[in-house]
Design a protein around this ligand. Structure first.
Ligand code: SF4
Length: 329
């Protein structure tokens, strides 16, 4: 039975990472609307900044789009050089167009219908020389994948596996991202969201999960991230099976190195992630009025501490509103 608590507290790997990174950033990201009653201008600035992304973040996002476009098309029919170039051209055109829009945009007001912005442009930096470099990185990420044996393996799965799932990051399926945690009382009312980039049901009791990354690589090859454990938990819940009865392998694959980190998911991994979810939810509850996860109303912004790291603030997209808010706290 799925839960129906659509406006209640949400947990996701990104969300808990932001909370641990800086409490205030978490507030701006997930509760900007509660600033409305405090000050209209601060509220609108927070909404505007929430939609900013740095060029590096866009490279990661566009890499996901391009690989997903290619894999979803490949699932239907073989992709020749012309078809691959068409996927690349689509993303290259998007990046050029979006860059121009961002560069020439009026940054003095929040526009709910036109949300695309690059944070560097908002903060007045000239990044004209970064666009082509960013495009080349995205295209290169696809090229290394195409030239690797992973490309062959994927085609093999498409023809032999029971089911292959390829995420479509262009159209997020939020309902499909939810985990059904109805059997765990502490988590029943929480929206836990997770969706890997690529999942394969090789046979009835054999699963493979792949998540692609473009950020900084972790060094320990056997380490299984919490994100991978969540994906595995989701597969178990969805299929209504126990970890003892299946074999799940899960990996993070870094681009462009194609270095992979992960391995077999054990029962201890699943037990650990369920406990971690409970702990994280307790932590998130501390920032809610009456600790009420159903109402999900945040405490006043002053309860959300600022990080002490000047380095984190220097690259934070919320730094303008974070400063503005000080006058009201
Ligand atoms: S500017 Fe610094 S303190 Fe403010 S939200 Fe960003 S990281 Fe947190």
């Amino acid at each position: 039975m799925a839960n129906n608590y659509n406006h209640t507290l949400t947990w996701s790997t990104t969300r808990i990472t932001v909370l641990e990174y800086c409490n205030k950033k978490y507030y701006f990201n997930y509760y900007p609307h509660s600033l409305r009653s405090l000050n209209e201008e601060v509220w609108l600035t927070a909404l505007l900044l929430k939609n900013l992304k740095s060029t590096d973040m866009r490279v990661g996002e566009k890499t996901h789009h391009l690989l997903s476009d290619y894999l979803r098309a490949l699932k239907k029919w073989p992709q020749d050089a012309e078809a691959i170039q068409a996927h690349k051209d689509r993303v290259i055109n998007e990046m050029r167009t979006e860059f121009e829009i961002s560069k020439t945009r009026d940054y003095t007001a929040y526009d709910r219908d036109r949300k695309f912005w690059l944070s560097e442009h908002y903060y007045g930096e000239n990044i004209d020389d970064k666009l082509e470099e960013a495009i080349q990185k995205v295209v290169h990420n696809l090229d290394v994948f195409l030239e690797s044996d992973r490309n062959q393996k994927v085609q093999h799965y498409f023809t032999t596996a029971k089911t292959v799932y390829v995420e479509n990051p262009r159209e997020k399926d939020f309902e499909g991202m939810k985990l059904n945690l109805y059997t765990i009382p502490e988590l029943r009312a929480v929206n836990v969201m997770a969706a890997p980039d690529f999942g394969v049901v090789i046979s009835d009791n054999k699963y493979l999960i792949i998540d692609r990354k473009t950020g900084q690589e972790k060094m320990d090859s056997d380490w299984v991230s919490e994100q991978l454990k969540i994906y595995a938990l989701k597969m178990l819940l969805k299929s209504n099976i126990k970890i003892e009865n299946v074999e799940i392998e899960a990996y993070e694959v870094y681009l462009p190195s194609l270095h992979q980190i992960g391995g077999k998911i054990e029962k201890a991994d699943i037990d650990h992630i369920v406990e971690k979810l409970k702990e994280d939810v307790e932590y998130q509850k501390q920032f809610l009025e009456d600790g009420d996860i159903i109402k999900n109303q945040p405490l006043a912004p002053s309860h959300f501490a600022r990080t002490n790291s000047a380095k984190k603030c220097a690259s934070c997209t919320f730094r303008k509103v974070c400063e503005d808010l000080k006058a009201f706290e």
